[in-house]
Design a protein around this ligand. Sequence first.
Ligand code: ZN
Ligand code: ZN
Length: 299
Amino acid sequence: MQLAAFTAKGPWYKGNLHTHTTNSDGRFAPQATVDLYAQGGYDFLAISDHNHVTDVADLDPRGMALIPSVELHGGVAEMGQDYHLVCIGAHGPTLPIPPGTAQEAVDYVRAAGRLVFAAHPYWSSLTTRDLIDIDGFNGVEIYNNTCECGIGRGHSEPHVDALLARGRKILLTAVDDAHFGYWDGLGAWVMVRAAQLDVPSLLDAIEAGQFYATTGPEIKVVEVRDDTVHVECSPVRTVALVTPWPGCGWSTGRLREQGAEDPRIVEIDLPLHDGERGFRVEVVDHHGRRAWTNMAVAD
Ligand SMILES: [Zn+2]
Ligand SMILES: [Zn+2]
């Protein structure tokens, strides 16, 4: 039971998997958006305009890998709203999703490109059942920065855990969903361990789960050793083993004494209890910034 991100070889690459430009409702033109992320030290960027695949071949990548992508809207969820589905690695110009069921919408997006992520479930007021009832998507945005900055609804951990509890193999991303109407950029990203910096290698690595999601903290090592999970990270105040089953899991929060200062944790061994068939790691730093690994499951 190990995590692919921490057993894979190769360098780490930083990237944002959800971005808008003036090709839909973003504030900046595609090139200006690329420039901004390149200046921010990113290695790759997925431009995912609403119902429009921006042609990245027209852009100067400024040293980054640009992944053609698109955000499509379709299906009908419990509250009557549609699903937002981000297609990473779009095959070509993509038409809007025709009217139909949620499953038909996912199937449509799946045919349009390489990977499908369910975007911002909390912002969309998707119920956990809305996600449980559909299949064929690769992952879920566990955190969406524009939804957090805009209305305080960026976190979708309960949606993710509802799927993981049912044994669903889903990947967990943190994304900007940047529109730049307010400052929502360069705040949430994935760190991907890929063979090299090009679009096919990145897509292979993401599909294989060789990444973690973050709004700041760095996770350097996650390793299962017998009945403990060894974690090394940049300084944080809390490390948790999150498991999706009733009452399971463990957090360093329980080590804190009344009135004590926040600890400064850079390395720790957490207990993995009998019967816990898997876990994901979450860390929180002293500014409240968070990082999330994918789920490790027993072989
Ligand atoms: Zn959306
Ligand atoms: Zn979006």
